[in-house]
Write a protein that binds this ligand. Structure first.
Ligand SMILES: [Cu+2]
Length: 189
């Protein structure tokens, strides 16, 4: 039973970090549930275009290593699908690549024909590191003046909705953790 409690506590710690660290470095599974493949005509350009990548984020390439790999290449090699001189090669099938610099990062599959039919992705990272958790209030606070009516209530009332929203996110995380812990402890009993 004690081991169940230990596992429960570990999960709590993990969940708290995952829940409270929402705006820190993120892990992106390339292609999401499809992964890194040529099946079903994945469009990795579309996959990347909806995302804002930051330095420190992690790209997770999941694929069958018998059929695919991941090469980091230059823009020219990306455009022409040349796999002969990659700056890095990954081939485990479970590759986590941390983005360490701003700018474009070009990845292709080196297996013949795969890049040409779309197994390639351009990850663009803007300047600056991922915002620290403590600064997460800044974006919503900077948006709030737009919502202040011309009769100008105090700044504190304009900020209230966003801090309320953050509180409810924190509360739902805590509720989730408590629910999970009690389920695990009950299993142990
Ligand atoms: Cu491939």
């Amino acid at each position: 039973m004690a081991s169940f409690v230990k596992v429960g506590l570990l999960l709590v710690v993990v969940a708290v970090f995952a829940g409270l660290n929402l705006s820190a470095a993120k892990l992106y599974t390339v292609g999401d549930s499809i992964g890194w493949t040529i099946l079903n005509n994945p469009n990795y350009t579309a996959w990347a275009s909806g995302k804002t990548f930051h330095e420190g984020d992690i790209l997770y390439f999941k694929y069958n290593k018998q059929f695919h790999n991941v090469l980091e290449v230059t823009k020219e090699d990306y455009n022409s699908c040349k796999s002969g001189s990659p700056s890095a090669t990954y081939s485990t099938g479970n590759d986590s690549i941390t983005i360490k610099t701003a700018g474009h990062h070009y990845f292709i599959c080196g297996f013949p024909g795969h890049c040409q039919i779309g197994q390639k992705v351009d990850i663009f990272v803007g300047g600056g590191k991922a915002p620290a958790p403590a600064s997460s209030a800044a974006p919503s606070a900077s948006l709030s003046p737009a919502f202040i009516p011309s009769t100008a209530p105090s700044a504190s009332s304009a900020l209230a909705p966003s801090s309320g929203a953050q509180l409810s996110v924190a509360l739902s995380t805590i509720i989730e953790v408590v629910t999970m812990t009690s389920a695990i402890v009950l299993m142990g009993l």
